[in-house]
Ligand binder design. Sequence first.
Ligand SMILES: Cc1cc2nc3c(=O)[nH]c(=O)nc-3n(C[C@H](O)[C@H](O)[C@H](O)COP(=O)(O)OP(=O)(O)OC[C@H]3O[C@@H](n4cnc5c(N)ncnc54)[C@H](O)[C@@H]3O)c2cc1C
Length: 573
Amino acid sequence: MDVIKHDVLIVGGGLAGLRAAIAAAVEGVSVGLVSKVYPMRSHTVSAEGGAAAVVRTDTGDSLQLHFEDTIKGSDFLADQNVAEYFVQEAANELIQMEHWGCPWSREPDGSVAVRAFGGMSVHRTMFASDKSGFHMLHAIFQTSLKYDKIVRYDENFVTSLLVDDGRCQGVVAMDQRSGEFRLFTAKATILATGGCGRLWAFTTNGFINTGDGHGLAYRAGAPLSDMEFPQYHPTGLPGTGILITEAARGEGGYLVNKNGDRFLSDYIPSRMELGPRDIISRAEITEMEAGRGVPGRYGDTVMLDLRHLGDELINRKLPFVRELAERYIGIDPVHNPIPVRPVVHYMMGGVRTDIDGQSPLPGLFACGEAAQEGLNGANRLGSNSLTECLVFGARTGRVAARLAAQTPEASAAAIEALGADEEARIAARFGEATGDERVGQIRSDLQLTMERLVGVYRTGDSLKQAAEELRTLKERFTRVRVDDHTRVFNMELQAALEVDFMLEIAETVVAPSILREESRGSQARRDFTDRDDEKFLVHSLAYRTENGPQIEWQPVILTTESLTALPPAERKY
Ligand SMILES: Cc1cc2nc3c(=O)[nH]c(=O)nc-3n(C[C@H](O)[C@H](O)[C@H](O)COP(=O)(O)OP(=O)(O)OC[C@H]3O[C@@H](n4cnc5c(N)ncnc54)[C@H](O)[C@@H]3O)c2cc1C
């Protein structure tokens, strides 16, 4: 088996992975970047609305305000030292993006444009039209090409982490072009594998967002944290789940029910359409349950009305929204409202790390959506996530590089044995199996279970039912067979490996949701409707055991260094 050596190995070529790669390369170490898709196809590319930072103070903005919005948005579950560092670094990173070629939209006088976003007190979201992720990823990808220290291995699927002597020493990956397994050894390994929205049936996430990185870390013994908090975005297109960006509301769009009422006046009158996502998603479900939804081919929806914004503004600031609505649902938002409903969008939880991106497993780091470094708590604010990828991608890359420079090389023999074991495991598991179950069927049953039982509103009973169904799905998966035994781009095998991760990660969502007997942020329990700071001002940590996840709890960090900390209080808007 080929063994490829780097000082720092990064899994993931999205915004977080590329930012970490550049930061590590600047430190002078050798960097390997492994990605299951060509980097420009990472989910980051589909981000629309923009990235938040305090870049303009003429709007009344300040670091303290961005910090407070983030903490309040998180329903006080964010680590406050982490949010503090985030707001302090955010502007530097977005200005750096501009220097790398990101074409931020501007005002006629040349100043950088900022738009409103949910849960943000002032306009602070920088954007590049409504294709922000595309432009950011393009700029950073091109920049990464100038660093000789960064060597890319595109279309390599990582199947497991190499853990020897209590440390993560790299990864095992399958080269999709040849089907060959390879070992990548490293002194520091960074997971930047993005989210896991594909655990649910109705999601804005790309097909590749199967949470492999979560699964890799979990199997290697690192804890996944706050997985009970997936984010529902209030405006998904029925049928496909394609996102209509929050920028549509940021630019002044209305949400109305079947009577044409702007129903948010009953739920969050001070913010209306610019409230945080968890609150608006719940309001939409409540309207539909009360019979005020608009029936449609894919069930009930509410309506996003942009007509009053006019042709010119829609074409200039929301051209992609118009294109998506026309193409995927046959509606021109200049003339008709768009049907929308809550859709799984982002995972607040992830691999638990400290502010440096370091996980409890020595040698293993994580950043971007795959990480739970403490920024988002129980509800992320829209447009904080692209910035999160940059701020913590940079820090993690830097720290990992410095650690790598002081770490001796791993024992080659031990590592090669681990690699051979992994290839044999996959061959034994999927090479000859003759069972009666199909990968695609189990995946869609899993997604429907999560959709039905682990949605915007939950109860102890629905969650226990989900846990039961997951056990059955896992049992069925032992009988899965893979028909394609060819080597080149074997997507059936890859899907089997992904679903294997998904089944385990789904359990790490359900288990802490059952134990967290309160409603906070995106977890709304009908049987425990209040927030309970006495018991649950804590992050959940899910550790893998043979009998499923074991949950432990870790206190939230409530202190800061220079900004004023925000003591937990009732979340009022
Ligand atoms: C439709 C949409 C719109 C959004 N809009 C916004 C927005 O406007 N503002 C905002 O702040 N946030 C937005 N978000 C969220 C934000 O875009 C994401 O959280 C962020 O881009 C994630 O970046 P990442 O680098 O962590 O992961 P990704 O960009 O998802 O990249 C993950 C990488 O990991 C690699 N990978 C995964 N598994 C493996 C494996 N097994 N082996 C090898 N490689 C692997 C993939 O190949 C990929 O390169 C949006 C999200 C979606 C879905």
